[in-house]
Design a protein around this ligand. Structure first.
Ligand SMILES: [Zn+2]
Length: 309
């Protein structure tokens, strides 16, 4: 684990090179599915609420200087705004660049929100990009949707009585993932780095891979305690024990699949060998997940020994 992380941190210098238009946008539920998910707001602490069905989760800190994490899809952003019941958003964080987390950026920016994100998320949002799984290009969003305040490592800000920590999660789901931790309320917005219901999504074309995901989940475990409410991009609020269980699954799958890949096995070989059997989780689309696992391993083959058959 530490070797993998060390390699990744030393390899950051060349990241921007890969950003001149590309990427997969895998996580978008079909419109019909989205329509079936009612939007709802749940207050999970005195100050923090989760708006679900946007189509994923939006986290809201209610205060004079309201803070929101992710803005929903473009189609659903007006409904997200209605859920705020007149509360203003002073700061909007994006956990990553996918359109189901950033589609409402322009709407909230025009209403006065300042958008914060990792530098690489800003780069993705500032350009057209390619979606290999669908063989299509996605147009860059309007310029108002592009984050104006960026970070590379960790940071901290105050919003009235709340201290908010935020930071980078290296190559877990995309190449620009970030967490936002509301320290006083003890709520962690983890974005798509955790996935309690949906198959974990590895946007390999944008740098996500299993090794990065396992490391990022270790980073998250260092932040939380047994009382922390952990909000994923999709699905119910999680406990530390649930995060630990998912991290253990991801770390195990990393060990198994990287070894198999190192010996020349394809995604189909891995299915045939039953790598997703008896892992304590039913995968909705094992072929898709393992295809993305292998693509991510291909992209990071130098991290685990190089000489791939
Ligand atoms: Zn995503």
């Amino acid at each position: 684990m530490s070797d993998r992380r060390h390699f990744l941190k030393t390899g950051l210098g060349g990241l921007a090179v890969a950003l001149a238009g590309c990427q997969q946008n895998p996580a978008q539920p079909k419109a019909a599915q989205a329509a079936r998910m009612p939007m709802a707001t749940e207050k999970i602490t005195d100050r923090v609420s989760v708006i679900s069905g946007a189509p994923g989760n939006v986290v809201l800190l209610s205060s004079g200087n309201g803070v929101m994490v992710d803005s929903g899809s473009t189609a659903l952003a007006p409904a997200v705004r209605k859920q705020l019941a007149g509360a203003s958003v002073h700061t909007l964080f994006n956990t990553h660049y996918h359109a189901d987390q950033t589609g409402g950026n322009a709407l909230f920016a025009k209403a006065g929100a300042e958008i914060r994100a990792h530098t690489i998320t800003k780069q993705w949002l500032a350009t057209d990009y390619y979606v290999p799984a669908e063989d299509r290009w996605v147009k860059a969003p309007p310029k108002e949707a592009v984050p104006t305040v960026t970070f590379r490592g960790k940071g901290e800000m105050k919003a009235d009585a709340e201290t908010i920590e935020f930071g980078y999660l290296l190559e877990a789901h995309t190449r620009g993932d970030a967490y936002v931790y509301f320290r006083d309320s003890n709520v962690l917005a983890a974005g798509d780095v955790v996935s309690p219901l949906r198959d974990p999504v590895l946007d390999w074309y944008a740098g996500g891979w299993l090794g990065g995901r396992a490391d990022a989940m270790d980073d998250l475990l260092e932040i939380v305690n047994d009382q922390t409410r952990i909000v994923p991009a999709y699905g119910p609020v999680m406990s530390r024990a649930q995060l630990q269980a998912e991290r253990d699954l991801i770390a195990k799958l990393y060990d198994v699949t990287s070894t198999l890949y190192h010996h020349g096995n394809s995604a189909k070989d891995m299915i045939d060998k039953g790598v997703l059997n008896d892992v304590g989780r039913v995968f909705q689309d094992p072929g898709r997940f393992l295809y993305d696992v292998v693509k991510g391993l291909q992209a990071h083959y130098t991290n685990f020994g190089g000489n791939v058959v």
